[in-house]
Ligand binder design. Structure first.
Ligand code: PHE
Ligand code: ZN
Length: 881
C-alpha cells in the first residue's frame, strides 16, 4: 500500500472563479495553543454564474467553529464542512456576507505554512496555498480582495502587531492585558499575499522619500539584541526603492514598508504586501558573522522582495502555472539591480554559474519542466531553478532581442495595462509585441518547452572570397514526456576577433537576422555568411551568455587560449578559461576512472597562472577566473556513467598543478587585503578578499613549507567571516593538521549565532573523505542542531546531499541511505523541506551503474512509504519515472 498520488492540475483546465470575494475582514485573536480567526467575506457571483451555483471554498487541516450568512446562523443542512473544503450548496443570488470562525493551533504547525510560531513570534506564510490553513477561502491568485485585519493579543507577549497595508487603529482591551491593532490594505490582492506578525520584536526604523515626495516609514523587525545586524538590509532596501524609480519608474504605494526577520522559514523570503517576511539569513549581517556572499545575497533578496511590489503584487498571476510571470521577471530585475550596484561582468558570471549548476541539471533530468509548466500535483514543488533562473533568462533574451528601449516600452505598457490584475504570460508577451511591433509567437516556445537547447557551431573561412561562414544548428535533447521540440529563437551575442585581438568590422551578412552584435538563430539549421572579412577570425559566440543554451563549439586549445587572453567580452574570456579547464578535467577524470596515469595540461596550468597577473582585470573577476569548474559541473559535462571519485581526484590534480606553478607569486595577494582598515562589504573590498582567499586555496596545496601556518594564521587572526570561513574550509576540506582545533575554536566563538553555526555544519558536511558520513550522523544529535529548523536541515543534510558528490554517492550506499532516512523523518513534520531535500537525487541516472542502482534502491525505499506527503510523493514519483 502506498499513498495516493494527488490528481494532476492542468493549465488547460483553467476556469475563472464562479464567485468573487471583494472584501475580507479578519479578526485574529491570538493565543498560544488556540487562536480564533473570524473572517467576514463579501461574496458575489461573477457575471455569468448561475444563481444558486454552489460555492466551494478551500481549506487545509481546518476546523469550522462557526458560520453565518448575512449575520444569521446557517442551518446545518445549508453547508458541508470538512478539513479541506467548505461548500454552500445554494448560496443567495445577491451579494452576501459570509462569516466564518476557525480555530487554529499555531504552536502545532510544523509545516510552516499558514499561521505558525517561530521562536515566540506568530507569523504567516501563505504562498502558494497557505491562506486556506487560516480560514476557508477561494485560495487562488485570481481572486483579489481588499483586506482589513484586526489583530488581538497579549500586550506583554506581543507588543508588536503587524499586517498588510497601513495601520488605522490601535487600543487596549481594558482589564485583560490584551491589545489590538487594525491594518487596512487598500490594494486588492490575492490571499497568498496576506500576512500577519505578532510578537515581542525590536524595531529598526528609517524613512524613504519617494520620487513624488511621499514619505514612507521603513521598519525592520528582529529579535531583541539583533538591531545592529540590520544596517545592510536597510541600506539595501533604500537603494532598491530608489533604483526601481530610476530604472523602471516604479514608485512605492503605501505609507509604510515593514520587513520581519524570522528564524524558521521554508524559503528565502516572502513579498506579502507591505509586510515582507524574511528568513533571517537574508536580513542579518555584520562582518563577524556574515560573508561577502551573505552580504550580496541580502542585497539581492531584499531587492527581489521589494521589486515584487510591482511585479507580483500590483500585477499578479492568474493561476500558479504563470508563476514565472512574477518570479522570472523579478529575478531579472534583482539581477539588474545587483549588476548596477556591483560589477556587471562578475554578477553575470555568478548568475551563469548558478544557472548551470542548478538549472541545467534540473532541465536534463527527471524533474525537467517548462518555464511555464502545464501540469502539477503539488505547486510547492515548482518554485524551481527553471521557473526562477531560466525564467529570468527568458526575460533577459527578450531585452536582448528587442533592445533596451523597446524592452522598456513593453514593460511600461505591461505596468500600465495590467495594473491591479491577475494575468498571464500571453498578456505579458502581447505588451512587448505591441510596443516593439515584433511577432513573439516563436519566442514564446521558451515558456513551453523543457530542456536546454544545444547549439552546435562550425565555421569556415574562405581567404579568396574573404567570407566567413558560420553553420549553426539547434536541438533539445529528448526529455521524458516531451517527444519532439521545435526550434527556439536564440539570440547569440557575438564578435569576430581578428588576429590583433580587436573585434573585426565585416561587410554584409546573409542567412540570419543580425542587429549590431546579436545574431538570431531561429531555425534548426542556419548558415550565416559574413562578407568582407579581412582575415580568419576567432568566433566569440554567446557573449554575456545571451541565451540559456549549451554551446557546442569545437575550438582548438590555441583558439581558446587566444580568446582567454583577448576577448573583449569579459564573460567570454572567463568562459574560455573555464572551457579549457573543463576539457582537461573531463580528460583527467576519464584517465583516473580507468586507472591510467595522467597529468594536467601545461597550457591549462599556464592560463591559470597568467590570470593572476592580469592586473587590469578587477580582483573579483580574477578570483572567478581562478575558480575551477565544480565537481558537479564536471559531472554534468560528462553526463553519463559518472564516477564522482574520479572527478574529485582529477580536480585536485589540476588544483595542485596550478598551485605548484604559481606558489611563489601567491603570498602578496594573500596578505594584500589583510593590511587593515575598517571592514567594508562593498564590491571592491569583497573582490580583494575573494582573490586573496582563492590564492590561499591554491597555496594550501602548493607544497610550500609554511602553507599550514599561513592558513591557520588566517583563520586565527581573521577580523571578518569571509576570511575566517575560507580558512576554516581549507583546514577541514583539505584535512590539514589543525582541523579539529579550528572547528572547536570556531564553535566556541560562534555558539550564540545560529547563522554562523550553519556555516560550521555546512563546512563539515561538505568535506570530502570517508569520515564525513559518520561526522554528519553525529552532528544530527549535536545540541546546536535542530531538525525542525529548515536552515539547520539545509546546512547539514542538504549541503551534504548537494555539495558533497563523493560522499553522497558513496560506493556502500550509506550516503543515499542517510538522506533517504532523513527525508522520511522530516516529511512527517515539514513536507516542503523534505521534498526539497529529496530533489538531490535528481541526477541519479547519470551515475555509473553501481551507484545508480544504490540510489534507485534508496528512492524505492522512500516510494514504498505509505504516508508520504503529497510534496514528497510527487518528487519521488517523477524522479523514478
Ligand atoms: N515568492 C517568494 C519569492 O520568490 C518565494 C516563496 C515561495 C516564499 C513560496 C515562500 C513560499 O520571493
Ligand atoms: Zn520571488
Amino acid at each position: 500500500m502506498r499513498s495516493e498520488t494527488a490528481p494532476a492540475i492542468r493549465l488547460e483546465d483553467y476556469q475563472p472563479p464562479l464567485y468573487r470575494i471583494d472584501k475580507v475582514a479578519l479578526n485574529v485573536e491570538l493565543a498560544p495553543g488556540a487562536t480564533r480567526v473570524t473572517a467576514t467575506l463579501e461574496v458575489s457571483r461573477q457575471p455569468g454564474t448561475e444563481a444558486g451555483a454552489p460555492l466551494v471554498l478551500d481549506g487545509d487541516e481546518l476546523s469550522l467553529a462557526g458560520i453565518k450568512l448575512n449575520g444569521e446562523a446557517l442551518a446545518e443542512t445549508a453547508y458541508a464542512a470538512t478539513a479541506d473544503r467548505l461548500e454552500l450548496a445554494s448560496p443567495p443570488a445577491d451579494p452576501f456576507e459570509l462569516t466564518l470562525v476557525t480555530e487554529l493551533d499555531p504552536d502545532a504547525n510544523t509545516k510552516l505554512m499558514g499561521l505558525y510560531r517561530s521562536s515566540a513570534t506568530y507569523c504567516t506564510q501563505c504562498e502558494a496555498e497557505g491562506f486556506r490553513r487560516i480560514t476557508y477561502f477561494l485560495d487562488r491568485p485570481d481572486v483579489l480582495a481588499v483586506y482589513t485585519t484586526r489583530l488581538e493579543a497579549s500586550k506583554k507577549d506581543c507588543p508588536v502587531l503587524l499586517a498588510n497595508g497601513n495601520l488605522t487603529e490601535t487600543g487596549d482591551i481594558e482589564g485583560t492585558g490584551r491589545h489590538y491593532a487594525v491594518w487596512h490594505d487598500p490594494h486588492p490582492k490575492p490571499a497568498y499575499l496576506f500576512a500577519l506578525v505578532a510578537g515581542d520584536l525590536a524595531e529598526v526604523p528609517d524613512t524613504f522619500t519617494t520620487m513624488s515626495g511621499k514619505e514612507v516609514a521603513l521598519n525592520i523587525y528582529v529579535e531583541h539584541g539583533k538591531e545592529s545586524l540590520c544596517d545592510w538590509a536597510m541600506d539595501s532596501l533604500k537603494r532598491s526603492m530608489r533604483w526601481d524609480e530610476e530604472v523602471f519608474g516604479r514608485e512605492y504605494d503605501l505609507d509604510v514598508f515593514n520587513i520581519v526577520a524570522v528564524s524558521d522559514f521554508n524559503m528565502g523570503a516572502m513579498e506579502n504586501k507591505g509586510l515582507n517576511i524574511f528568513n533571517d539569513k537574508y536580513v542579518l549581517a555584520d562582518p563577524e558573522t556574515a560573508t561577502d556572499q551573505d552580504y550580496a545575497n541580502i542585497e539581492a533578496v531584499i531587492a527581489h522582495e521589494y521589486f515584487h511590489n510591482w511585479t507580483g503584487n500590483r500585477i499578479t498571476c492568474r493561476d500558479w502555472f504563470q508563476l514565472c510571470l512574477k518570479e522570472g521577471l523579478t529575478v531579472f530585475r534583482d539581477q539588474e539591480f545587483s549588476s548596477d550596484m556591483r560589477s556587471r561582468a562578475v554578477k553575470r558570471i555568478a548568475d551563469v554559474r548558478l544557472l548551470k549548476s542548478h538549472q541545467f541539471p534540473e532541465d536534463a533530468g527527471p524533474l525537467a519542466h517548462p518555464v511555464r509548466p502545464r501540469t502539477y500535483h503539488e505547486i510547492n514543488n515548482f518554485y524551481t531553478a527553471t521557473v526562477y533562473e531560466k525564467g529570468a533568462e527568458v526575460v533577459r533574451m527578450l531585452q536582448t532581442l528587442l533592445g533596451e528601449q523597446k524592452f522598456r516600452a513593453g514593460l511600461d505598457l505591461y505596468f500600465d495595462r495590467h495594473d491591479g490584475e491577475a494575468t498571464t504570460i500571453e498578456a505579458f508577451l502581447s505588451c512587448f509585441e505591441e510596443a516593439s511591433s515584433t511577432d513573439l509567437e516563436q519566442f514564446s516556445l521558451w515558456y513551453e518547452q523543457a530542456g536546454t537547447p544545444v547549439v552546435s557551431v562550425e565555421t569556415e573561412y574562405d581567404p579568396d572570397r574573404k567570407s566567413f561562414t558560420v553553420s549553426l544548428s539547434q536541438e533539445i535533447p529528448p526529455i521524458a514526456g516531451q517527444k519532439s521540440s521545435k526550434p527556439a529563437v536564440i539570440p547569440l551575442r557575438f564578435g569576430l576577433i581578428g588576429p590583433n585581438g580587436e573585434d573585426m568590422e565585416t561587410g554584409s551578412v546573409e542567412g540570419a537576422n543580425v542587429a549590431s552584435d546579436v545574431l538570431v538563430l531561429d531555425k534548426a539549421h542556419q548558415d550565416v555568411v559574413f562578407h568582407n572579412v579581412a582575415a580568419a577570425p576567432v568566433l566569440s559566440l554567446l557573449r554575456g551568455f545571451s541565451a540559456p543554451v549549451r554551446l557546442n563549439q569545437p575550438l582548438h586549445s590555441e583558439e581558446l587560449l587566444f580568446q582567454a587572453a583577448q576577448d573583449r567580452d569579459p564573460f567570454n574570456r572567463w568562459q574560455a578559461v573555464q572551457t579549457l579547464a573543463m576539457q582537461d578535467l573531463v580528460r583527467l577524470a576519464g584517465l583516473v576512472r580507468d586507472g591510467s596515469e595522467g597529468t594536467p595540461s601545461e597550457d591549462v596550468i599556464g592560463v591559470f597562472a597568467s590570470v593572476l597577473g592580469e592586473t587590469q582585470l578587477d580582483e573579483a573577476l580574477r578570483a572567478q577566473a581562478l575558480t575551477l569548474p565544480s565537481e558537479a559541473d564536471v559531472a554534468q559535462e560528462i553526463g553519463k556513467d559518472v564516477n564522482p571519485d574520479a572527478i574529485h581526484t582529477a580536480r585536485q590534480m589540476l588544483r595542485r598543478a596550478v598551485a605548484a606553478r604559481i606558489a611563489s607569486s601567491l603570498v602578496p595577494f594573500i596578505t594584500d587585503q589583510s593590511a587593515g582598515g575598517t571592514f567594508s562589504p562593498d564590491a571592491k573590498a569583497a573582490g580583494k578578499r575573494a582573490l586573496a582567499n582563492r590564492c590561499l586555496h591554491y597555496y594550501a596545496v602548493s607544497g610550500a613549507a609554511d602553507a599550514t601556518d599561513l592558513v591557520w594564521s588566517r583563520f586565527a587572526s581573521a577580523d571578518n567571516m569571509t576570511d575566517r570561513l575560507a580558512a576554516l574550509t581549507l583546514l577541514v576540506h583539505d584535512h590539514m593538521p589543525r582541523e579539529e582545533e579550528a572547528l572547536a575554536a570556531y564553535r566556541e566563538r560562534h555558539t550564540d549565532s545560529s547563522l554562523a553555526m550553519d556555516k560550521w555544519f555546512m563546512t563539515q558536511a561538505t568535506a570530502p573523505g570517508n569520515e564525513t558520513l559518520h561526522r554528519v550522523k553525529a552532528l544530527m544529535s549535536d545540541p546546536s542542531y535542530d531538525a525542525g529548523n529548515p536552515n539547520r536541515v539545509r546546512s547539514l543534510l542538504q549541503s551534504f546531499a548537494t555539495g558533497n558528490p563523493t560522499q553522497f554517492a558513496r560506493m556502500d550506499g550509506a550516503g543515499f541511505e542517510l538522506i533517504a532516512e532523513s527525508v522520511l523523518e522530516i516529511d512527517k513534520r515539514n513536507p516542503q523541506v523534505a521534498s526539497r531535500l529529496l530533489t538531490s537525487f535528481r541526477s541519479w541516472r547519470a551515475l555509473d551503474p553501481q551507484r545508480s542502482a544504490l540510489a534507485e534502491s534508496a528512492l524505492l525505499r522512500i516510494s514504498a512509504c505509505e504516508n508520504l506527503s503529497r510534496d514528497s510523493r510527487d518528487i519521488v514519483d517523477r524522479t523514478l519515472q
